[in-house]
Design a protein around this ligand. Sequence first.
Ligand code: ADP
Length: 167
Amino acid sequence: MSDKRIAICPGSFDPITLGHLNIIRRSAQIFDEVVVCVMLNATKTSPMFTIDERVGMVRRAVVRYANVRVDTAHVLLAEYARQYDNAVIVKGLRAASDFEYEFQMNLINKKINPALETMFLTASEKYTFLSSSVVREMATYGADLTGLVPSELIPEIEEKAKLWRKS
Ligand code: ADP
């Protein structure tokens, strides 16, 4: 068993926001290694970005963190996590509604993989109301995305939103 402590930060990252990045950065300070896992979420039927675009954006956003890498999962998270001996899931909690959902997910994950633990980091105050859906909505209306997503990703998100508006 490796004694490296690994955090798995899962999400759909459609697209990655500064709220996600805040949780990833804080996890990277606590754990030896962080795996950001872009989930192909079956319940979100029409993502704005393809899985490859989402992975590409996450990679660019975390490039400065030496102990963070990016992966994808096409299976349930609890199944995906089996490949690591020493991993915990780390998630961000914004509001009571996140808590209810996450509590339920945790029970399901425990049923599938009882050894798997989930830890929660509370969202930073300034990102409490930030979600990928807020970013998608704002981008679709052509609003300024400064302070919501990593600045280097703004042109790509704006470009996609233009196409999205036309379709
Ligand atoms: P979203 O909820 O924005 O669509 P995801 O499904 O990709 O995003 O969420 C992945 C994880 O990131 C979840 O644990 C979620 O609680 C967390 N997260 C998302 N936005 C924030 C934020 N602004 N602050 C802290 N955690 C967040």
